[in-house]
Design a protein around this ligand. Structure first.
Ligand SMILES: *Cc1c(COP(=O)(O)O)cnc(C)c1O
Length: 372
C-alpha cells in the first residue's frame, strides 16, 4: 500500500480521538481538567493539541518550561497556563506579564514574584507546591502555612492554587498514594483554618485521575491519558480512550542479499540464505532506538528489524511481507490492517515507558494532523 505522504518519516495525530479522550475523562472525573502539554504535548505537537483541547472545553494547560508558555501566548492561547516546575529568576517577570501562573515553593520565589509583579503592574498568580512524598520539587508540608502567609502579606501575589504531585499512583498498592494524600490533606486543613486556602487544589496526574478519585480535588492534571495511553498496566483506561499517535515511514529501498551477507554497522545480522532486505529511512536521530527485537508493519504484516539501527535508517527482513513495493507505507507505531504496534510495545523492547517513546520522537519528524 503506497504511503500518502512525501516525507521520509512523519507522525500522524488524530485530533478527533484526542477530543473524544478528553470528553471521556471529563465525564468520568466531573472536575475541571488541566491538560498537561509539556514536552511539545508529549511529542504530539503542542499547538494543535492545545487548540483541540480548548475546543473540548479545557481551560487550563500545564507546561514544564516557560519558553513553551511564551510560545503558547504568542500563538494566541488565552487559557490559563501553569508552569509546573523550575523557572529561572530572569524569566519570572516575562511570565507574569503574560498572565502565566507559576509554581512556587520557597520564600525566595515569593520575593522574586512580588518584585516582578510590581514591574509589570500585575497581580502574580501562583500555585504553592507541597512535596507530599514525591521527593522532587515543593516545600516541606510543614512550611506550607508560612509560605501561604508570606504570599498573603504581599498585595501583589495571589495564591491561586495549592498542589502536590503523586509518586506511585500507577502502582497496584494504594497505600503510598493514600499516605501522600493524608499529608496533603493536612496541609489543606492548616491553610483552611487560617482562611488562606486557595480556590484550586490539585494533585492527580493521569494515574491519580483514574485510579484514585479522592485525589481529584478541584482540578485534575492528566497528561498521558489524554493522548490515549495508560500510565501502567495497573491503570485501566476507560472504554473509548484510544491512542492518538501513529508514526509512519516508507519502504525506501530493497534488495536481495546473498547468504552470508552482513547487514548494517558491525554486521550484527548476517543473512543465512538469499534474503530480501528493505531499508526504512528512520533512525536514532528520529528517536527510533537501537534496542533489538523490533518490528514494523508493511502491507499489514510484521517485518522484523535486522542489524543495528543507524542515525537515519534501519533495515528490515521482507520475507513475510506480501508483494513489497518501494514507497509502501511503513508503520512504526499504530495500526495497519489487523496488526498493531503500540507505544507500549516499543517501550517494552526499549526497556522504558511509553511516555519516553512519544516524547522521544525527534524534532525533525514532521507532525501532521489529518482531517478524519
Ligand atoms: C507530567 C506531570 C503531570 C502529568 O503526568 P501524567 O502521568 O502524564 O498524567 C502532572 N503533574 C505534574 C506536576 C507533572 O509534572
Amino acid at each position: 500500500m503506497k504511503a500518502e505522504q512525501t516525507f521520509a518519516t512523519w507522525v500522524e495525530v488524530d485530533l478527533k480521538a484526542l477530543k473524544n479522550n478528553i470528553k471521556i475523562i471529563r465525564k468520568e472525573t466531573a472536575v475541571p481538567l488541566m491538560a498537561v502539554v509539556k514536552a511539545n504535548g508529549y511529542g504530539h505537537g503542542y499547538m494543535p493539541i492545545t487548540r483541540t483541547a480548548e475546543e473540548a472545553g479545557v481551560d487550563w494547560f500545564g507546561v514544564a518550561r516557560p519558553r513553551m508558555a511564551l510560545k503558547m501566548r504568542e500563538d494566541g492561547i488565552k487559557s490559563n497556563i501553569l508552569v509546573l516546575g523550575y523557572i529561572s529568576p530572569e524569566r519570572i517577570e516575562q511570565m507574569i506579564c503574560l498572565d502565566v501562573s507559576l509554581a512556587i515553593w520557597t520564600k525566595e520565589h515569593i520575593g522574586l514574584v512580588e518584585k516582578a509583579a510590581v514591574n509589570c503592574q500585575k497581580i502574580a498568580r501562583v500555585h504553592l507546591l507541597v512535596d507530599s512524598g514525591m521527593g522532587r520539587l515543593g516545600c516541606h508540608p510543614e512550611e506550607t502555612l508560612g509560605l501561604a502567609h508570606l504570599a498573603e502579606e504581599t498585595n501583589r501575589v495571589e495564591l491561586e492554587g495549592l498542589f502536590s504531585h503523586l509518586a506511585k499512583a500507577d502502582e497496584s498498592d494504594p497505600e503510598p498514594t493514600r499516605k501522600q494524600e493524608l499529608v496533603f490533606l493536612k496541609a489543606i486543613d492548616v491553610l483552611d483554618k487560617e482562611k488562606l486556602l486557595p480556590g484550586i487544589i490539585h494533585m492527580a496526574n493521569s494515574a491519580g485521575t483514574l485510579a484514585h478519585p479522592e485525589t481529584r480535588f478541584q482540578l485534575v492534571r492528566p497528561g498521558l491519558i489524554i493522548y490515549g495511553l495508560s500510565p501502567s498496566p495497573e491503570v485501566q483506561l476507560p472504554a473509548g480512550i484510544e491512542p492518538i499517535l501513529s508514526w509512519k515511514s516508507v519502504l525506501a529501498s530493497m534488495k536481495e542479499l546473498p547468504p552470508g551477507h552482513g547487514v548494517s554497522y558491525g554486521h550484527t545480522y548476517v543473512t543465512t540464505k538469499k534474503e530480501l532486505i528493505g531499508v526504512i529511512p528512520v533512525g536514532y536521530a528520529d528517536g527510533y532506538r537501537r534496542g533489538p527485537g523490533n518490528a514494523v508493519l508493511i502491507n499489514g504484516v510484521k517485518a522484523p528489524i535486522v542489524g543495528r539501527v543507524c542515525m537515519d535508517q534501519f533495515m528490515v527482513k521482507l520475507e513475510n511481507v506480501p508483494n513489497p513495493q518501494i514507497g509502501d507505507e511503513v508503520v512504526l507505531i499504530g495500526k495497519q490492517g489487523d496488526e498493531v504496534i503500540s507505544a507500549n510495545d516499543l517501550a517494552r523492547v526499549w526497556q522504558t515507558i511509553n511516555y519516553e517513546v512519544t516524547c522521544g520522537i525527534g524534532a525533525r519528524v514532521p507532525r501532521i494532523y489529518p482531517e478524519v
